[in-house]
Design a protein around this ligand. Sequence first.
Ligand code: ATP
Ligand code: MG
Length: 254
Amino acid sequence: MTRLICVTSGKGGVGKTTLVSNLAASLAGLDKKVMVIDGNVTTPNIGFHLDMPLAKTTLHDVMRGTARIRDAVYRHDAGFYVLPAGISFDEMRGVDPATLGEVIANLDGTMDMIILDSAAGLGREAQSSMDAAREVLLVTNPDLPAVADALKTLKIARTKGKEITGVVVNRVRNHRHEMTTKEIEDMLSVPVTATIPEDLSVPVSIALRRPVVHTNPRSPVSEEITRLAHALVGLQYQKRNNSLVSRIFGFIFD
Ligand SMILES: Nc1ncnc2c1ncn2[C@@H]1O[C@H](COP(=O)(O)OP(=O)(O)OP(=O)(O)O)[C@@H](O)[C@H]1O
Ligand SMILES: [Mg+2]
């Protein structure tokens, strides 16, 4: 059975698309057959993160019933599949977000994992992504507005009977004003699964249109996302030795 995971958040801009593209790259590296679907039907942007913004046939065509799914699925260099959404305003016409569930039902059984990059919030579009999935991976930042919105998303996910696969806290700087892991866990009543630091390597990788786990695999961000990918499939991750000496040896002998 295909694992259908919706990566979602209450508040926008917390790092869902970044996490989705990098998790997919990490999981593909673990020999998992993975597909990423842009559930952000009105403001899609996974194509920009993965250097495929102008796909000829898109999820919108499939949802409108004018194309077959297999014509809208692309293989990324990193070894996973992508079902991108169309980026132009016109492409949105005649597309009902609720049909996403039918598209995904048709893909069930073809992959080890389908990861849906959801729209933020509690609106119809975000709920369509959640409805289409069995599991929810919640992303937040370590601040009260983001965590308060995450709590609402969590409640909706529970009402819909979804499995809560994890909570990812992104853009952590360990500043005094941030919420701590304990405070976030107390507020959400769910353990935090991954803590991803704020790191310039992320916007740099987006500008390069490649996953940061490829552009900067030794960065703490990449280490944590790779660890999360391992955990998602029940594998133990052996952290790399990041000391200067080992990096110099790695540089010479890699
Ligand atoms: N760990 C990080 N360190 C630094 N910057 C980050 C990190 N994670 C994400 N960002 C930045 O945050 C911005 C938003 O990220 P992203 O687009 O992944 O969020 P999103 O939750 O998908 O947004 P939306 O709700 O609009 O879909 C991007 O510009 C990205 O560079
Ligand atoms: Mg996004």
